[in-house]
Design a protein around this ligand. Structure first.
Ligand code: PXP
Length: 250
């Protein structure tokens, strides 16, 4: 058989989780009901998204409890709930029973999730939370930086997955190559420990490809860039439609 007739192995599937938090950010800016995060989730589903990701922050600055309930009941895609390691959030997750939870660090004054969890520093608390959620059948991921010691600690919590924080890579500029190497090494290391590997934060059309080819990574979660891009992809159509409505009315 000539080498040109050999078929390559099928690539490992890569799931795409769409983070819809910022639809709620825009909704809350006016205090009404539109734009509706559930509607965004349904569009994401139609477009081929595999998972809907939403962060119920302690201050409810974007996604609210009722959004989570509607996403869980009405979207039809697996729901990945991002949450802080608190008693309140654990109680909500145990009632909601999303498909997955991603535990993230949360500071009230931060604009977005700024760093990974310190699993080593908060080991007992995180381990207990992972145990409680997974006992209820929820797959738990820990959002961490590409650091071997943190991965070792994550493994010891018994978590199903880690999500590697790609923020430093996305923001790196000249050192992006080195940040990519750290992510590659961490992803392969976690996979050898039998932990599922996800990644996300700051990913865009321009920077996602080198991450998407890291084979141990089986899930990407992307939000802010896609929500911003959606405005430009959709703005022409929405303005054109409004022009049509007002001209018909006149
Ligand atoms: N994954 C996690 C754990 C996050 O906290 C976030 C941001 O909410 C994302 C992925 C998505 O990041 P971005 O909105 O920058 O795409």
């Amino acid at each position: 058989m000539s080498s040109s007739s050999l078929r390559p192995y099928a690539p490992t599937p890569l799931r795409l989780g769409i983070n819809i938090d910022h639809v709620a950010t825009l909704r809350n800016a006016r205090g009404g009901t539109a734009p509706d995060p559930l509607r965004a989730a349904l569009v994401a589903k139609e477009a081929g998204a595999d998972i809907i990701t939403a962060h119920l922050r302690e201050d409810r600055r974007h996604i609210r409890d009722t959004d989570m309930q509607r996403l869980r009941a009405e979207c039809g895609l697996p729901l990945n709930m991002e949450m802080a390691v608190t008693d309140e959030m654990t109680r909500i997750a145990l009632q909601l029973l999303p498909h997955a939870v991603c535990l993230v660090p949360e500071r009230r004054l931060e604009i977005t999730t700024e760093g990974g969890l310190d699993v080593i520093g908060q080991f007992e608390k995180i381990k207990a939370c992972v145990g409680e959620l997974q006992h209820a059948g929820i797959e738990v991921a820990l959002f961490i930086g590409p650091d071997e010691a943190q991965i070792d600690a994550a493994k010891k919590t018994g978590c199903f997955a880690i999500e590697l924080h790609t923020g430093s890579y996305a923001d790196a500029g000249a050192t992006q190559g080195a940040e990519l190497k750290r992510l590659q090494t961490a992803a392969h290391y976690a996979a050898t420990l039998g932990i599922e590997v996800h990644a996300g934060h700051g990913l865009t059309y321009d920077n996602v490809s080198p991450i998407a080819v890291i084979t141990p990574i089986v899930e990407l979660n992307i939000g802010h860039f896609l929500m911003g891009e959606a405005m430009f992809v959709g703005m022409h159509k929405s303005i054109h439609h409004m022009k049509h409505i007002i001209s018909v009315a006149r």
